[in-house]
Design a protein around this ligand. Structure first.
Ligand SMILES: NC(=O)C1=CN([C@@H]2O[C@H](COP(=O)(O)OP(=O)(O)OC[C@H]3O[C@@H](n4cnc5c(N)ncnc54)[C@H](OP(=O)(O)O)[C@@H]3O)[C@@H](O)[C@H]2O)C=CC1
Ligand SMILES: Nc1nc(=O)c2c([nH]1)NC[C@@H]1CN(c3ccc(C(=O)N[C@@H](CCC(=O)O)C(=O)O)cc3)C=[N+]21
Ligand SMILES: [Mg+2]
Length: 289
């Protein structure tokens, strides 16, 4: 029997808890948690993601402020907005939607967000805490969402061979660090890997995050493995992952569906990070809340 790792239902349950926590705090007279979402340009997929993130915020009582800048925004203009959001006491979290237009320096933007408001966990101070195993930083949303999903289903990476396909900045790399933190033996494959099948076949837990539809097929997988599909691609009008679900599903012990697996968990992790930023910003722990 193959277990479907249901990120949608788990997300609903966690979001219910977040909502209760927000109500408990705001009913004591504190202001609402606030996330600033910055989108540059008109990429249609980014628009949909941003809309989903804002809807999710609203449902749990997190206020979201939306800053939509034109495609031709310059790096200094974007940095000015971020400097303002950093200084604004009432803004707890800042999310700059990626990818940014080519002409904007992603590196400068990531460095400019205050590490205390960096709910994406992309700032080197937060990435560094992931390397050094220092608690209290922000863990990037997709790795954190996957960690929560594995925990919920009592799949412990400790001592397991975890193989990650894709070494991107927002998923593969930070995920590798988090899985090391969980005491897994981690391999990371990428575009220059000679033969990814050598690695995927050894995986107890295989996590694919490339955006290449149907990259992972049944004959590349060990019997009984756990498969986590991070990829999101459009094939015609269907949303598909990196995993060829039909050839894989009979071989594995557990697998995430796309949609309804990692995607909702990513947004839930964003809500959790925003709540963490808010609690730290307001000093709620210090007053015993
Ligand atoms: N479900 C969710 O919540 C989320 C889903 N995503 C999805 O995950 C995917 C990856 O996103 P992201 O990390 O931002 O993308 P990136 O483009 O930053 O990273 C993709 C990685 O996969 C590698 N890669 C590409 N093709 C192959 C291949 N054939 N074999 C092995 N490695 C390959 C790339 O190598 P190289 O760079 O050298 O080409 C790169 O390391 C996308 O589909 C994205 O939409 C992303 C975030 C959240
Ligand atoms: N600064 C920044 N932070 C991000 O976290 C970030 C980003 N930029 N840029 C783009 C990627 C992608 N990403 C997704 C989030 C949710 C779903 C999601 O909710 N997916 C649903 C719906 C899929 C669909 O129907 O399109 C699902 O899988 O069920 C997908 C992808 C966050 N990203
Ligand atoms: Mg993310």
């Amino acid at each position: 029997m193959t277990l479907l790792l249901d990120g949608k239902t788990l997300s609903e349950n966690i979001r219910e808890e977040i909502s209760k926590r927000v109500k408990a705090i705001t009913s004591k007279g504190y202001r609402e948690p606030t996330l600033a979402v910055v989108l540059v340009g008109n990429d249609p997929a980014s628009h949909i993601y941003v809309r989903n993130k804002r809807k999710a915020c609203q449902k749990v009582g997190i206020r979201s402020l939306f800053y939509h800048l034109p495609e031709n925004t310059t790096t200094p203009e974007l940095l000015d907005l971020i400097a303002y959001l950093n200084s604004e006491e009432k803004v707890d979290g800042i999310l700059v939607q990626l990818p940014l237009p080519e002409h904007i320096s992603q590196q400068e933007v990531i460095l400019s967000v205050s590490p205390r408001k960096d709910v994406d966990g992309f700032h080197p101070e937060n990435m560094g805490k992931l390397v050094a195993r220092i608690e209290g930083g922000f863990i990037p949303c997709t790795p954190l969402g996957i960690d929560l999903l594995l925990k919920h289903y009592r799949i412990d990476p400790k001592g397991k061979d975890v193989v990650i396909v894709g070494a991107g900045f927002i998923v593969g790399r930070p995920l590798a660090l988090l899985m090391l933190w969980r005491d897994a033996t981690v391999s990371v494959c990428h575009i220059h890997t000679k033969d990814i099948t050598v690695y995927t076949k050894k995986a107890d837990i295989l996590i694919s995050a490339t955006g290449v539809p149907h990259l992972i097929k049944g004959d590349m997988i060990k019997e009984g493995a756990v498969v986590i599909d991070v990829g999101i691609s459009k094939l015609g009008d269907k949303v598909v992952g990196d995993v060829d679900f039909d050839s894989v599903k009979h071989k594995v012990s557990a697998i995430t569906p796309v949609p309804g697996g990692v995607g909702p968990m990513t947004i839930t992790a964003l809500l959790l990070n925003t709540l963490q930023a808010y609690e730290q910003n307001m000093g709620l722990k210090d007053v015993g809340l």
